[in-house]
Ligand binder design. Structure first.
Ligand SMILES: NC(=O)c1ccc[n+]([C@@H]2O[C@H](COP(=O)([O-])OP(=O)(O)OC[C@H]3O[C@@H](n4cnc5c(N)ncnc54)[C@H](OP(=O)(O)O)[C@@H]3O)[C@@H](O)[C@H]2O)c1
Length: 281
């Protein structure tokens, strides 16, 4: 199945509508190398399916997730859009470049495509962090700057602090089970051409598990049966139907990758889209 692409922010760079999340790969808050070989194979499998966008973070598994990603990138770095994140405790002007260099070392690459500020840090002015990130663009270590878990106001402040590049993306939780960004952030992102990178798009596995005792799960099952798709595929398609949204489901299971890939490459009808909106209000 061919992969669909969308423009990243206002740029001409096209990114796949489905990328690979990596939280949990290589450990959670600490390193766990037990399944590294299988995880590398799984990531390579996902890349082979066309999900050539990997999202990681310095925080994941205390840096080890980036090391696992580096192995999956060996000999294919140029064909992958690579995103990582700087942690809030590294948001000062001295720490941002150090954190970036450490990520580059672990990722075994000379640049990241998208460098994201992971969570707002109220103790450090957003402008200080953004200016430090912009210097990394000038140095050629970062291609694009993004934010994550930023409100409209915080995104605006981040944008205002930049002079040579835009904030191209905001990575936030978004799924049928968490639609909170629809109130303010999504309309703002659409207006400002900021890509929304939807994390936990499968509600951390809950979409597959919802009980058919509830109306909303019966609705999604009905839509899925009509379209010959699975619940997860419908849930991902519902997200990427919105013009500024792409999604980064996490999996380390090839069968799940294949299923998730089938969440794109087709469009649902308005009536199905509306039925889902009503059911998952
Ligand atoms: N910026 C942030 O603050 C932030 C916060 C959270 C997450 N994220 C990013 O977003 C990514 C995705 O979010 P997430 O990991 O929280 O949640 P998610 O992608 O909604 O769900 C992941 C869970 O769903 C399972 N799964 C995936 N595909 C499946 C399928 N087809 N059928 C059944 N189960 C399936 C996975 O298990 P298997 O591995 O067994 O497939 C895993 O347990 C993360 O990995 C991370 O990169 C960012």
């Amino acid at each position: 199945m061919k992969m669909e692409f969308k423009n990243l922010g206002r740029s001409n760079v096209k990114i796949p509508v489905l990328g690979l999340g990596t939280w949990g790969i290589g450990g959670l808050s600490t390193k766990s190398a037990a399944s590294d070989d299988d995880d590398v194979k799984a990531l390579i499998f996902g890349l082979g399916l066309g999900m050539r966008f990997i999202d990681t973070a310095e925080m994941y598994a205390a840096g080890h997730t980036e090391e696992v990603v580096a192995k999956a990138l060996e000999n294919r770095r140029e064909s992958v859009f690579l995103a990582t994140k700087v942690s809030p405790e590294h948001f000062s002007s001295e720490d941002v470049p150090k954190a970036c260099d450490a990520s580059l070392r672990r990722l075994k690459t000379e640049y990241v495509d998208l460098y994201q500020a992971h969570w707002p840090n109220p103790r450090i002015p957003i402008s200080e962090t953004m200016k430090a990130m912009e210097r990394l663009v000038k140095d050629g270590k970062v291609r694009f700057i993004g934010v994550s878990n930023f409100s409209v106001e915080q995104t605006r402040q981040a944008q205002d602090a930049l002079s040579i590049v835009d904030v191209v993306s905001n990575q936030v939780e978004y799924s049928l089970l968490d639609r909170s960004i629809e109130a303010n952030l999504l309309p703002y992102a659409e207006k400002e051409h900021i890509t929304i990178i939807a994390y936990s798009p499968l509600a951390r596995g809950q979409i597959a598990m919802g009980s058919i005792q509830e109306d909303r799960w019966r609705t999604i099952d009905k839509v899925a049966a009509k379209l010959g798709k699975t619940r997860n595929q419908v849930a991902l398609n519902w997200l990427i139907t919105k013009k500024s949204v792409i999604a980064i489901p996490k999996s380390a299971n090839p069968a799940h990758f294949t299923e998730n890939l089938g969440g794109q490459g087709w469009s649902m009808q308005h009536e199905d889209y509306d039925a889902l909106n009503r059911a998952f209000k």
